[in-house]
Design a protein. Structure first.
Length: 156
């Protein structure tokens, strides 16, 4: 019999020994645009969720700002881009699963103000929620961008 899949909430709460600070080696440094010897925090999923929950209505945050806050919190040079992105998606899905939407994932943008197509409901749902909060969303090529998103960044 196949193992039961974990719920999004279970994934959110499963820290797997994280957060963890790792030293960046020369191979990682090139990929991360960092220096060998710098440090990187691999955050716990719940830490990403906590930051996402603090973004007030009408305000926005980028995934890179979340990474900067995590790095600062753990006194690391950077936060892992891959796990931070994955954990933001887990936080978003867990919020939907709880039926509360208490983690306002639609306020979390990729760099350049781009809407994250992997979040629940895809671009259409996030566009609708962002516009309801007064933001203007435009399409540029295949991407959907929040106009003047920089003016609406939350200072957490």
């Amino acid at each position: 019999m196949a193992a039961k899949r974990k719920s999004w909430q279970e994934k959110l709460e499963d820290s797997k020994g994280l957060p963890k600070i790792v030293k960046i080696n020369s191979k990682m440094a090139r990929r991360l645009k960092a220096k060998p010897g710098d440090t990187m925090v691999i955050p716990a999923p719940i830490e990403v969720d906590e930051i996402m929950k603090r973004v007030p209505k009408g305000k926005l945050i980028t995934i890179n700002e979340i990474r900067a806050k995590l790095a600062q919190k753990h006194r690391a040079t950077i936060a892992c881009p891959m796990t931070t992105g994955i954990f933001a998606r887990i936080a978003a899905e867990a919020s939907i699963e709880r039926g509360k939407e208490d983690t306002a994932y639609w306020r979390v943008l990729k760099s350049g103000g781009v809407i994250n197509e992997k979040f629940p409901g895809g671009i259409e749902k996030q566009k609708e929620l962002l516009e309801k909060e007064g933001h203007k969303v435009v399409q540029k090529g295949k991407k959907f961008i929040v106009v003047d998103y920089e003016k609406h960044l939350a200072s957490l």
